[in-house]
Design a protein around this ligand. Structure first.
Ligand SMILES: NC(=O)c1ccc[n+]([C@@H]2O[C@H](COP(=O)([O-])OP(=O)(O)OC[C@H]3O[C@@H](n4cnc5c(N)ncnc54)[C@H](OP(=O)(O)O)[C@@H]3O)[C@@H](O)[C@H]2O)c1
Length: 234
């Protein structure tokens, strides 16, 4: 084990699970936060500790983080999408997606960065999405992901002088459970819009987040790396 620690939200499955694997293999102390660990194959790994927590509970985040040791790396990866039409989007679902996708990462950065600032070191990586750049059909998903990209810039500006590097990734569609709710015709259209006719593998996003959290130069701060294989060149 090295002497660094990482907190990964949604590190139990999908992109987050691949990220957990990378940090565990590199000897980090890995705190994995999610609601359900039934299928999580790394729960008995020596370097891994699970934290069962529902990120809908924003008010509980400060207390939760105060109970953890200093965290060197925060991966804000947990997120959800409903794929609902804008004119039939229950207000309870709007509140939920705003809380989990947007308020929770802001609160986690606010709390975790206190000890990072005291130590003069920290790395934060936020999982946004191409949805935050293109005008996504799930309007609230797009709103939250655009918010993450801007909040990444805000926190880089606020925390950069304290030795904390804050970046994001914006993946196009990735082969995880989240893809299941996208309708088939849209999936076909997305595949035909990329260079190699396939969705991203979760490992590809995990590798980018791991690099941003480890070897990436300090001078790369407040940016968002597109991982979309030509779906949205800019
Ligand atoms: N798949 C894609 O096409 C794609 C593309 C761009 C960006 N992303 C982003 O990548 C991130 C990971 O998604 P994924 O593709 O790996 O999908 P996934 O397999 O569905 O993973 C979503 C993760 O978020 C966690 N989560 C959801 N609601 C939560 C809550 N209330 N409290 C705590 N944890 C919660 C889930 O854990 P529990 O359910 O156990 O709580 C799970 O670990 C998300 O932020 C997503 O928006 C995905």
């Amino acid at each position: 084990m090295n002497n660094k620690s990482v907190l990964i939200t949604g590190g139990n499955k999908g992109i987050g699970f691949c990220t957990t694997k990378l940090f565990a293999e590199a000897g980090y102390k890995v705190f994995v936060m999610a609601r359900d660990f039934k299928e999580f194959s790394l729960k008995n790994h020596a370097n891994v500790e699970t934290i069962q927590y529902d990120l809908n509970d924003i008010d509980g985040i400060p207390e939760l983080i105060s109970q953890l040791p200093a965290i060197d790396v925060l991966i804000n990866n947990a997120g959800l999408m409903f794929a609902l039409p804008y004119d039939n989007y229950p207000s309870e679902k709007i509140s939920q997606i705003l809380r989990v996708n947007l308020e929770a990462p802001v609160s986690l950065i606010t709390e975790v960065s206190k000890k990072m600032a005291a130590n003069g070191y920290g790395r934060i990586v936020n999982n946004a999405s191409i949805a935050g750049e293109i005008g996504h059909p799930d309007i609230w998903y797009g709103v939250t992901k655009a918010g993450i990209i801007n909040m990444t810039k805000s926190f880089a500006k606020l925390l950069g002088p304290k030795g904390i590097v804050v970046n994001a990734v914006a993946p196009g569609p990735v082969e995880t459970d989240m893809l299941e709710i996208i309708p088939e015709p849209r999936k076909k259209a997305i595949k035909s819009a990329v260079y190699t006719g396939r969705f991203a593998y979760p490992e590809e996003v995990a590798n980018a987040m791991y690099w941003l959290a480890t070897d990436c130069p300090e001078y790369i701060n407040g940016t968002c790396i597109d991982i979309n294989n030509g779906a949205f060149p800019r």
